[in-house]
Design a binder for this molecule. Sequence first.
Ligand SMILES: NC(=O)c1ccc[n+]([C@@H]2O[C@H](COP(=O)([O-])OP(=O)(O)OC[C@H]3O[C@@H](n4cnc5c(N)ncnc54)[C@H](OP(=O)(O)O)[C@@H]3O)[C@@H](O)[C@H]2O)c1
Length: 366
Amino acid sequence: MKVVGFNQTGSVSNIEVLESPAPGKLKEGEVRLKFLSGSLNHLDLWVIKGLPHIKYQFPHIAGSDFCGKVVESRSEKFKIGDRVLVYPGGSSGTDAREYLPENLRDDFLIRGENSPGVLREELVEPEKYLTKAPEHLTDERAGAIPLAFLTAWQMVVEKGFSQPNYDLSGRGLINQTPTGGLKTSATILERIEPVLVHAAVSGVSQAILELLLSFGFKKIAATSRSEEKLEIWKKRGVQGFISGPNLETELKTWAGKTRFGLIFDHVGEVYFEMNIRLLRKGGKFITCGSTSGFKAALDLRHVFFRQLQLLGSTMGSVQQFKTMVNWVAERKIVPLVSHTFPFDNPKPAYELMEAGRQNGKIVLTA
Ligand SMILES: NC(=O)c1ccc[n+]([C@@H]2O[C@H](COP(=O)([O-])OP(=O)(O)OC[C@H]3O[C@@H](n4cnc5c(N)ncnc54)[C@H](OP(=O)(O)O)[C@@H]3O)[C@@H](O)[C@H]2O)c1
């Protein structure tokens, strides 16, 4: 079978289509999936360029996102023809602390990073990592969901909303309804607003913005280095701000005296000190990355005097993955897809992501 991968790190030009043995017979509870689509994530760039903590085994199969069709099943839950999404993480089974979510265990695996990726024609998976793809999405859009929306879900719902600061009843921002759905309180959302999201159409940020809008946030600001990228969100009521020397002043003026209650970021170094200054008392900064650099100078007085909360976030658990996909299906959320390339031609997809010219996700399709 064909896979997308590479035999050496160093440059995106090493990405190619390779031959690899097809997976063997199914065990009880497993399904065989045929590739329909999968998107790239910035992680794929870090991995192909070379990450010091990874023990590469070449050929390294790339990719974290997989949408596929069940072609053989030994599962009670999934039948032939079902279209499913695969959890982009996993665990090697060496950390016995099952009470922890997968992404907090020491044996957490990220597909395409410290474990083999999913950009392959065929994949055999245990049912525990699968969930049905939302019906309202085309194959290409469904393949854009897994890693970006999972990361955004944990940042927005688990980290952003779990704040006794804002809900004196102590119940948190999001409550389970009797029917198992989720509901937010408009009053509480208003207490958190305004909210700031950097790099408006990056894979993670477009997912964060979709989720914020779906939960009813109204006063949202987004930044980008590109006016064109901001246009997409301005049409949806999000206030756009171009990165540059006046960014901090413009954001402060717009946010007003209360400043920002929540800031979501993965750009890192270039925005960090500004982000700290832009938070209000008790405000929350949630980061999942540091694309521009990882050194951050922090004046601790800001943290304790203004009682700031600085939170790190990486992907999410299997349970969060399934809850997130249900929410996407229920709210008919549609991820932004910028470009689609055939599975057989991954190089231009990698080059486009490296150039950063995409407006949303870059997807490979069968
Ligand atoms: N911890 C986790 O679980 C997790 C999960 C997903 C992603 N991440 C990390 O989050 C980051 C984004 O991932 P992604 O897949 O969403 O990336 P992406 O789609 O490639 O988007 C990256 C965006 O970051 C902005 N950017 C890059 N360099 C910048 C700079 N020097 N100054 C200002 N803006 C800059 C650009 O936005 P504009 O062009 O609009 O300015 C760019 O489009 C990556 O570092 C990734 O590794 C972490």
